[in-house]
Ligand binder design. Structure first.
Ligand code: PGA
Length: 248
């Protein structure tokens, strides 16, 4: 499985960031899962750049929709790649809440792909409705990104299904594993329409939203998820260790 730790803004102290990476490297040697950490952008170079090759991968939490030029404050995909990232979380609901529309998310995914970053495209409904209109929301989020891309590019995207109502809560508030299984099936069907003749089952689909050591195993079993995008529970060494131990 692919386990991505989204640090958000939880890890502010440099020493805490270093400790977490040291712990992750140790844990990565003992697990069969692929571990990727997404620290705050200013720490990326310090944590991911140089040094010995390790099994831990690094990602950036967002990339700019623009490339080089007059764009104060933007972190471009090119700089993230050179700082050591190989993954880019894009379209996270916390970025969408700050103004990232589907067309912006689509641009960001293109920037990531041209700079050899694997896009981790976050999709998810704000709430559920009895008429299942939320399925249309997911379809539209996927369409906006997939439509302009070639099949080869589409195959490189990792999808993170993160229902907004389940993010940043307690384990009890996460999705149920049977519901997750249905959602993954639905997302895979939508993806398959964009990849006719290709093996859409190769596209990795992760789940994110209030995953911790107490629910990760149940969510993994039977849901056919290919991994997890984990926020809070990935941001201290003990709970990161507990997560991987529970998943085994
Ligand atoms: P959480 O965040 O695990 O803290 O709910 C997940 C995410 O937003 O990526």
């Amino acid at each position: 499985m692919l386990i991505i730790g989204n640090w958000k803004a939880y890890v502010e102290r440099r020493d805490d960031a270093k400790d977490l990476v040291t712990a992750a490297k140790r844990l990565a040697l003992k697990t069969r899962h692929k571990l990727v950490l997404a620290p705050s952008a200013p720490y990326l170079g310090m944590l991911a750049g140089g040094g010995k090759r390790s099994k831990v991968g690094f990602g950036v939490q967002d990339v700019s929709a623009v490339t080089v030029g007059a764009a104060t404050g933007e972190v471009t995909a090119g700089t993230a790649r050179q700082a050591g990232a190989t993954y880019a979380i894009i379209g996270h609901s916390e970025r969408r809440a700050m103004g990232d529309t589907d067309p912006i998310v689509s641009e960001k995914v293109k920037r990531a792909l041209t700079n050899s970053l694997t896009p981790v495209l976050c999709i998810g409904e704000r709430e559920r409705d009895a008429e299942a209109q939320y399925l249309g929301t997911l379809r539209a989020q996927i369409a906006a990104v997939y439509e302009p891309l070639s099949a080869r590019e589409r195959l490189q995207i990792v999808i993170a299904y993160e229902p907004v109502w389940a993010i940043g809560k307690r384990a009890e508030d996460a999705i149920r594993s049977t519901d997750l299984a249905e959602m993954i099936l639905y997302i895979r069907k939508v993806i398959a329409t964009y990849l006719p003749g290709h093996n859409a089952s190769k596209v990795r689909i992760l789940y994110g939203g209030s995953v911790d050591a107490s629910n990760i195993r149940e969510l993994a079993g039977g849901s056919r998820t290919d991994g997890f995008l984990i926020g809070r529970a990935s941001t201290d060494p003990a709970s990161l260790g507990a997560l991987l131990k529970a998943l085994a």
